[in-house]
Design a protein around this ligand. Sequence first.
Ligand code: GRG
Length: 278
Amino acid sequence: MSTIEERLKSYIDTLPKSKLKDAIAYVLLGGGKRIRPILGMTLLESKGVDPTPYIDAFLVVEMIHTYSLIHDDLPAMDDDSLRRGKPTVHIAFDEATAILAGDALLTDSFKMVVNNNHLSALQKVQIIDIIASKAGSMGMVFGQIKDIESENKKITIEDLNLMYELKTANLIQASLMIAGVILSEQEIKSYEELGYYIGLIFQIQDDILEYTLSPEEFGKSKSDDIRNKPTYVSLLGLDEANEVLTKYVATLNRLIDLLNIKDTAMHTQIKLLLNRRK
Ligand code: GRG
C-alpha cells in the first residue's frame, strides 16, 4: 500500500529539521513490512469500508511498532547492530538519538489519532484506550520485561505463550480492534481473538523455521539460539510444536468463517503472512 509510505513521509515532513528527524526518517522509511497497518486496513476493506480516510489510525500502530524495534535493539536490551540488513538506529546515529526517536514516535503516534477528522470524539478515545492497553505496561512493554527476565531461565510453555501474546499479538490485535471501532461493530472482541491467533501462529512458525532452516535460508541470525532464549521447539520439541501450530491454524480458520471474511482480501492477507517460508 503505497499510501502508507506516502503518509509516513508526509508526517516526517512536518518535523523540525534535526538529527531526531533524520533518525525517524531512517527507521520509519527503512523497509518495514507494514504488517500491522495492512491487516487493520484490509479488514476494513473486506467489510466494504474504504480505509484511506482512516489511515492515520493504523499508522499509530506502525509508529509504536517502530519505536519498540529501536528500543529493543539498544545495548541495554537486545544490543543488536543490524536490523532489516542495515545498521540499527543507535549505530547509524547514537544511543541518545535512538532513545529519543523511539520516545518521539510513541508520543507523536497519539496525535495521529487525535488529528484525524474522520473519527468521532468517542472513536478517538476508544482507539487511544486500545493502543495504550495493548502497548503499555499491561501489553507490549510488559512482554518485553518478561522476555528480559526469562533469559537463561527455565520457563514454561504458558510463560512463552504469554510473552508471544504480549510482544507480538498485542499490536496486531490493536490494529484489528481499531478497525472494529471504525466499523462500530460488536465484533471487537472477536477481532481481538483473531489478532491473538495471527500473532501466535506467526511466532510459532518463526520458532519452527528458525530451527529447521539454515541461517542462510532463514535470512536472519538464529538469535534465539545465540541468546539461549526459550522457543516453542526448545520447550516442546519439533513434533509437538507442529501439533500446536496445526491446532491454532484450525482455530484461526474457524474464526475466519465466523467473522465472514473467508475468501476476502483479509483472508488473502492472513494467508500471505502465515504461509511464509522464511
Ligand atoms: C522495547 C518496549 C519495547 C518492546 C519491544 C517488538 C518488541 C518488543 C521486540 C522486538 C523483537 C521481536 C522479534 C518481537 C516480536 C515482534 C515482532 C514479530 C517484530 C518484528 O516485526 P516485523 O516482522 O518487522 O513486522 P518489520 O521489520 O517488518 O517492521
